[in-house]
Write a protein that binds this ligand. Structure first.
Ligand code: ZN
Length: 246
């Protein structure tokens, strides 16, 4: 057993060591936020914008995977194999990718995660990884939009067959079926047809429900309505995420 005075000494020096080491990157207000939400909820727009505002890296697995593939890194070519055959990239590879990104110096004061974690295994691995860095996730924003509204948004998307411009629900063309920029004909991608959209939403719901429970149980989950004007939604997220929860 450690004598009381010695135990006190350890505690004090521990605090001291932390306050010296932590001086440079003192956690004034670490912004370690993850965004969850179905396709069409607008979470990418919000996550990207708020990361910029908070001056922390925006970390999206989709982007990172595409970069790794383009740069032909070992992980990239591994991931490409899965993506080409239409399979999901395994948790383990995703975690390595994210851990590598979050371990870089610019992520020391925080980050905004989007598209990850997608499974409980990923969430647990993320927790362990952050813990090893002496960090933790501060906030999980769940951007919530009703299914009819998601269907409306996702099926409204049109692509120009001539110039490739994408028009979504928030930027409808002046003339139905005609591209504003080049006059080309607009079409609906297979992915955006109602049947396919319903299926995507279904998969998302099944996959994500356990994650929502996981973060709710840890007191990190904050569900924000993603309906209404973009600025109002962003203001709500900003206000709630700005309050340190410790
Ligand atoms: Zn066009």
């Amino acid at each position: 057993m450690v004598p009381r005075r010695l135990a006190h000494h350890f505690r004090t020096t521990g605090h001291l060591a932390r306050s010296i080491i932590g001086d440079e990157e003192k956690d004034e207000s670490p912004m370690r936020v993850a965004f969850l939400g179905p396709p069409g909820a607008g979470k990418t727009t919000h996550a990207r914008e708020l990361a910029r505002e908070w001056s922390v890296p925006y970390v999206a697995t989709g982007d990172m995977l595409r970069e790794a593939v383009a740069a032909d890194t070992p992980l990239g070519s591994e991931a490409k194999g899965y993506m080409d055959s239409g399979e999901l990239v395994p948790d383990e590879a995703i975690i390595r990718l994210v851990a590598d990104r979050l371990g870089r110096p610019d992520a020391a004061r925080g980050f905004v995660l989007e598209g990850v974690p997608r499974t409980i295994a990923q969430a647990q691995a993320l927790d362990r990884f952050l813990e090893a860095l002496g960090q933790s996730l501060e906030h999980v924003v769940n951007v919530d939009v009703s299914e009819p509204e998601l269907l409306r948004r996702l099926t409204a998307r049109r692509v120009c067959g001539a110039c490739g411009t994408t028009l979504d629900a928030s930027s409808p063309p002046q003339r139905t079926g005609v591209c504003d920029s080049c006059g080309g004909q607009l079409y609906q991608r297979e992915d955006d047809r109602e049947q396919t959209v319903r299926k995507r939403l279904d998969v998302y719901g099944r996959q994500t429900r356990p994650l929502l429970d996981y973060y709710r149980g840890r007191g990190l989950l904050d569900t924000v309505s993603g309906e209404g004007p973009i600025e109002t939604v962003r203001h709500t997220i900003r206000e709630r995420a700005g309050i340190p929860r410790r």
